[in-house]
Design a protein around this ligand. Sequence first.
Ligand code: IGP
Length: 256
Amino acid sequence: MLNSLLAGSLEDAAARRAQRPLSIVEAAAHEQAPALDALAFLQPGERVKIIAEVKRASPSRGALADIPDPAALAALYEDGGASAVSVLTEQRKFGGSLADLEAVRQAISLPVLRKDFIADPYQVFEARAAGADMVLLIVAALEQPLLQELYALIRELGMAALVETHDADEVSRALDIGASIVGVNARNLSTFELDRDLFGRIADQIPSGVVRVAESAVHSADDVAHYRRDGADAVLVGEALVTGDPLATLAHFLAV
Ligand SMILES: O=P(O)(O)OC[C@@H](O)[C@@H](O)c1c[nH]c2ccccc12
C-alpha cells in the first residue's frame, strides 16, 4: 500500500509539474515569508504538544469528515491550544490538496506541516511555495541517500522535517540524517495494522534533545496519557479531531 500511495503522489506531482515547472515553483518557494521554527513550537514541555491534523479521509477508514473550510478548522485548532497543524495534501486516498495547505497557512500563526508521500525535491519546493514550515518524510518510503537529500533540501529552505519511523532500524536511519523531530507511527503504512505499544518499545532509542512524536490512533485522553508515559513530547491527532468537537477534544487531551 505504501508503494501505491507513493506512486500516486509522485504521479500527481508530475502532472502539476507539467503545468508549473520546477523553476517557477522554486522561485515561489524563495519568495515566501521565512518558515516558522517548528522545532521551537514543539519543544518538550510540562504539557504534551499536539499536532492537529486536517484530514478528510484515509485509505484505512474511508471518508472521515466533510471539512468545507479547512482554514476555519485550523483556526479552531490554534484557539484550542495545538502547537502545530498538519495538512494532508495527498488527493487520491486522503482527499487533501495544496490548496488546503495554502488556506490553512493564511489563517493561523502556528507551523504548518505538509503531510504527503514525499519522494521528489519538487514536492519539497511545492511545500515551501505553499507556505509550509514542516514536511513529512517517511523513512520506510525512501532509500537512505534520497532521505538524506530531501532532508537537506528541507533544511536549506528553512523548514523542519517530521521524520516518520515504524521500527528501531528506521529510527537509526532518522537519527543518522540528523533528524531533530522523529515520529513513530503506530499504523504500519504497508498493512495498516495498528500497534499502540510500538512507540513505547522504541522511544528510548530516540535521544533527549530530539522531539519524539507519537502518531496515529489517539482517540482518548487515556491514549495521550499512555504515550506521555512512554515518553512522547507530542502527539499527532487526526481522526479524533475531525470527527469530534475539536475544541473540547483538544482541551481534554491537553489536560493530561
Ligand atoms: O487519524 P489518526 O489516527 O489520528 O492519525 C493521524 C496521523 O498520524 C496519520 O494521518 C498519519 C501518520 N502518518 C501518516 C503518513 C501519511 C498519511 C497519514 C499519516
